[in-house]
Design a protein. Structure first.
Length: 624
């Protein structure tokens, strides 16, 4: 069906159909334009004017009777030609009991002519406008599965409509598979003029950075339709719209983004907040194996130039030696002032990479992608960075705020149970400091958080993170004399002393030390007469019932009270040579207590089973 151009037509984009009208082209074959023309739709090539949108009969759109478990939202599939949007879309709709609609077919139905003709007669601008109106109308209806043409999501207004009303799923497919799938498909006009591989390569460069804004990304390779559909369903089940917690500070503001699948979208999430598309990813060897590949893919999709530096896992990497090695590697790679350091890993990588960012070239932009529970709920937020010395933990460091924090809760799926427990200590800490209701929530849901049930786990991360963000916003540099950021150290003076004594060799994780430290801070508060015994008992019960370390004897190690006290006097939290502790008046009522008598601390340690002088311990301190 060829129509001549109208002589009156002003300049339109070339009469090339959407190169990726894969779903449409099927429809072009099946919709006989003459049959489908609704009354009143002008097909004459001389009728339209460039100022007018092309006429659409929106009432001609199919309505769906399906409904689904998506809170009224539809699922919009996006991706390049050959990715399988129509095939997977149909199967997905069938399995979810939803209607399936091919947006391009509906555009043709509403336009009364093929997409090729719309492009030729009205130009791409008019087509995109019509496409947006059709998609909006389709998304107004009951929830359904919608396959869109490959160019639809490239249009900012259409993206906004989809974001507002649907869940977008990018079916991401490797180039080689796409090339194979589109081979010999003569109904894709663009492919008839150039080598399919060249066309697809160009489309990947143009479109992947924008597709990366999809809510969900599903890798679709050579798997069969059923398996790919299952993956989409699983990803939908895990989908929580990312939550953004703003951290608004005097000199810097940033968002903590919390959600599933964020690493796969990191490029799109970071591109708008970074000064340059050059980054160095610092990670540790364990995390590199698990989570570096999707991060590199996502950054690559968004056009980032990426280098990586891998450090050994473990607290030993927070050392001057490793700091030197990482800065050397970064400088050797020719880092620029606007190059961003991305920390991918737990609190150790975050603290080390953050300090590297703070000090290299007097400060490079910095991003945190925390992958442990502890780092998601605590260390990645607030800008404290640093390394350890033989004199104690975090004694060299700087405040250096990140430009963004992406807390991808999907990464927790690969975290060992012991690390989850370590992170949980920092979660309950939030409740113990200032939110009794949150602690009560932990009492109800702690076991499910620890067994990594996605819903309670996500909620715990959000609530603890929100708590930390709020505290940091009010007292960025820990200057507040009362309350403020220092309260976040609840349990840490005891915890750091235990860690230091064991030499950070993995026998006691930081979070485990904090867990024990929390109980000791409550015990000291009770002994000093600040806190009711009932609150200490409540905390002990919760720690024990969830399998958290609560007693010094849970470390399985022997300690001497005086040695631990010596570590405490070297802690940064000393003021004028006096022992300063964060104590509690009860659950949710922490306060700073300066000048805590050393004798009271020693008595608590001995009560816990520590040796009073040399190391010939111990009674384990537990009530008989
Ligand atoms: N800056 C702050 O405000 C702050 C606050 C609290 C703690 N910290 C620091 O954080 C550090 C502890 O952090 P951490 O507990 O996250 O330890 P970590 O960084 O050592 O991570 C724990 C272990 O888990 C591995 N790992 C990380 N992510 C994983 C994943 N998704 N799947 C499988 N394995 C994974 C790591 O390789 C490592 O072996 C301490 O040095 C502590 O001082 C800093």
């Amino acid at each position: 069906m060829s129509r001549p151009y109208s002589a009156e037509r002003p300049e339109f984009p070339p009469a090339v159909p959407d190169p990726d009208a894969d779903s449409a082209t099927d429809a072009v074959a099946s919709v006989r334009v003459a049959d489908a023309v609704p009354s009143g739709v002008a097909l004459s090539p001389s009728a339209p004017s460039s100022a007018d949108p092309f006429p659409l009969n929106l009432d001609a759109l199919r309505t769906s009777t399906g409904f689904g478990p998506l809170a009224g939202r539809s699922i919009v599939l996006i991706g390049l030609m050959g990715a399988g949007k129509s095939t997977i879309g149909r199967r997905l709709a069938q399995r979810l009991g939803l209607g399936f609609v091919d947006a391009d077919a509906e555009i043709e139905r509403a336009a009364g002519c093929s997409i090729s003709d719309v492009f030729r007669m009205y130009g791409e601008g008019a087509f995109r406008d019509g496409e947006r109106r059709v998609i909006r109308r389709l998304l107004d209806g009951p929830s359904r599965v919608l396959a869109t043409g490959g160019g639809a999501f490239m249009n900012a207004e259409t993206r906004a409509v989809i974001r507002e009303r649907a869940i977008s799923v990018w079916l991401r497919c490797p180039l080689d598979i796409l090339v194979r799938r589109v081979a010999g498909r003569s109904h894709r006009p663009l492919l008839n003029h150039s080598r399919p591989r060249d066309v697809l390569e160009r489309l990947i460069t143009e479109r992947h950075p924008v597709y990366a804004e999809a809510d969900i990304i599903v890798q679709c390779g050579d798997d069969n339709v059923d398996n790919s559909t299952t993956r989409v369903i699983e990803a939908l089940a895990l989908n929580h719209r990312p939550r953004r917690l703003p951290v608004a500070l005097d000199r810097a503001s940033y968002d903590v983004v919390i959600g599933a699948g964020l690493i796969e979208r990191a490029g799109a999430l970071l591109a708008p907040v970074l000064p340059q598309k050059r980054v160095v990813v610092v990670t540790d060897a364990t995390v590199a194996e698990l989570w570096l590949p999707p991060l590199l893919e996502s950054l690559g999709d968004s056009g980032f130039h990426v280098r990586t530096v891998v450090v050994p896992p473990g607290e030993k990497s927070k050392s001057l030696e490793e700091f030197g090695r990482v800065t050397d590697a970064i400088l050797e790679q020719g880092v620029e002032r606007r190059t961003t350091i991305i920390a991918l890993g737990g609190g150790i990588v975050g603290d080390l990479a953050g300090f590297v960012a703070a000090s290299t070239l007097r400060g490079l932009p910095f991003v945190q992608i925390p992958t442990t529970l502890l780092s998601q709920v605590d260390s990645s937020v607030g800008g404290k960075t640093g390394i350890n010395t033989r004199w104690g933990k975090n004694l060299i460091g700087a405040f250096h705020q990140p430009a963004a924090v992406l807390a991808d809760i999907s990464t927790l799926a690969t975290l060992p149970a012991r690390e989850i427990r370590a992170g949980y200590a920092e979660i309950i800490k939030a409740g113990l400091i200032g939110d009794e209701r949150f602690f009560a929530w932990c009492e109800m849901h702690g076991a499910t958080v620890l067994s990594q049930e996605p819903e309670p786990l996500a909620e715990a991360v959000e609530r603890a993170c929100a708590f930390k963000a709020a505290v940091v916003t009010k007292d960025e540099f820990e200057r507040s004399s009362e309350g403020g950021r220092a309260l976040l150290n609840l349990g840490h003076t005891f915890g750091h002393a235990l860690e230091a004594e064991l030499g950070y060799d993995g026998r006691l994780l930081h979070g485990e030390a904090v867990s024990i430290g929390l109980r000791l801070a409550f015990l000291l508060s009770v002994r000093l007469g600040y806190c009711p015994q009932a609150d200490l008992d409540r905390l002990t019960r919760h720690l024990e019932s969830t399998g958290m370390p609560a007693w010094i004897s849970d470390t399985g190690e022997a300690f001497a009270a005086d040695t631990l006290l010596r570590h405490m006097t070297r802690d940064k939290k000393m003021h004028d040579g006096k022992l300063t502790f964060i104590l509690v008046r009860g659950i949710g009522r922490a306060f700073t207590c300066r000048d805590v008598p050393e004798a009271a601390v020693r008595a608590v340690l001995i009560e816990e089973g520590c040796a009073s002088d040399a190391l010939q311990t111990p009674d384990n301190g537990r009530p008989k």
